[in-house]
Design a binder for this molecule. Structure first.
Ligand code: NAP
Length: 219
C-alpha cells in the first residue's frame, strides 16, 4: 500500500522470506530486524535501528498456549504475558519516549476474540488480550494530544501457523469451522483491517477495537 516496512521477529529464515516477499511487491527500502521482543535489550535495538519517526506500528507478535485454569503454571502465565502484553506496551513506550511515532501516526495492537468470549482452555491468553484492549484505551487518551491513534483488532480464528499449532494440539478444527458462517479468516483479512487503522481513512477512530470473526459471534 506504499509504506516502507520494518519487520521484526526472531526467526532469521522467516525474516528473510518476508524481506524477499516485500521486495517482490514494492521497491521501497524495506528492512527486517532480528529481535526477541520479550527482551528489553532487543527492543532497544529495534528502537535504535529506526533512524527516524514511523507513521504506524502494528504489534502482532504473540503466542497462544492452551491450559485449563486448574492446570495453569506461573511459567505459562508469565510466558504469554511477556510477549502478548509487556512486549508491545514497552516497545510502544520506547518509541514514544524518543518521539519515534510521527504526529498523526497510528498504533495497532492485535488482540483476539478470546478477550470477548469464553473459550475453555485459553484463560491466560484471553486475559493478555483483554489487558491489551484495556491498556489501549488508556494509551489512546495519552497520545491523542499529538493526534496519534491507538486501536486493537480482535480476530477470531485465522489460518496461520498459530492455528496449525492449535489444530495439532486439539486434533481437528472441523467442529470450530462449522461455527464460522464466513469460514476462518485469512492473514490478508487482518492485514486489510490493519491498513485501514494505519491509514488516514480511520483518522476519526481511536481507543477502540474492531472485532473480525467471520460471523462467529452474531448469534
Ligand atoms: N491465528 C489466529 O487464529 C489468531 C486469532 C486471534 C489473534 N491472533 C493474534 O495475532 C497475532 C499474530 O498471530 P499469528 O496467528 O500470525 O501467529 P504466528 O503465525 O505464530 O506468528 C506469531 C508471530 O509472532 C512473532 N513472535 C512470537 N514471539 C516473538 C518474540 N518473542 N519476539 C519477536 N517476535 C515474536 C513470530 O515471529 P518469530 O517466530 O520469527 O519470532 C511470528 O511472526 C498474535 O498476537 C495472535 O495472538 C491470532
Amino acid at each position: 500500500m506504499g509504506a516502507e516496512v520494518v519487520g521484526v521477529g526472531r526467526d532469521e529464515a522467516r525474516l528473510a522470506k518476508t524481506q524477499e516477499t516485500l521486495a517482490e511487491i514494492s521497491s521501497k527500502p524495506h528492512r527486517t530486524i532480528r529481535a526477541d521482543l520479550t527482551q528489553a535489550a532487543d527492543r532497544d535495538v529495534v528502537v535504535d535501528a529506526l533512524g527516524g519517526p514511523v507513521n504506524g506500528v502494528v504489534h502482532s507478535a504473540g503466542i497462544s498456549r492452551l491450559s485449563p485454569v486448574r492446570m495453569l503454571t506461573e511459567q505459562h502465565l508469565r510466558e504469554v504475558q511477556a510477549i502478548n502484553v509487556d512486549a508491545p506496551m514497552m516497545l510502544t513506550q520506547g518509541l514514544l519516549k524518543r518521539s519515534l511515532i510521527a504526529p498523526d501516526g497510528s498504533i495497532v495492537f492485535i488482540a483476539s476474540i478470546a478477550a470477548h468470549i469464553g473459550v475453555a482452555g485459553v484463560a491466560a491468553y484471553s486475559g493478555t488480550k483483554a489487558a491489551l484492549i484495556a491498556m489501549t484505551r488508556c494509551l489512546a487518551m495519552e497520545v491523542v494530544k499529538r493526534r496519534i491513534r491507538a486501536n486493537c483488532l480482535s480476530p477470531a480464528l485465522v489460518e496461520t501457523p498459530l492455528l496449525d499449532a492449535t489444530a495439532t494440539m486439539v486434533g481437528s478444527m472441523d467442529e470450530e469451522r462449522k461455527a464460522y458462517p464466513l469460514g476462518f479468516g485469512k492473514p490478508d483479512d487482518i492485514a486489510n483491517a490493519a491498513v485501514f487503522l494505519l491509514s488516514g481513512a480511520s483518522r476519526w477512530v481511536t481507543g477502540t477495537t474492531i472485532v473480525m470473526d467471520g460471523g462467529l459471534t452474531i448469534g
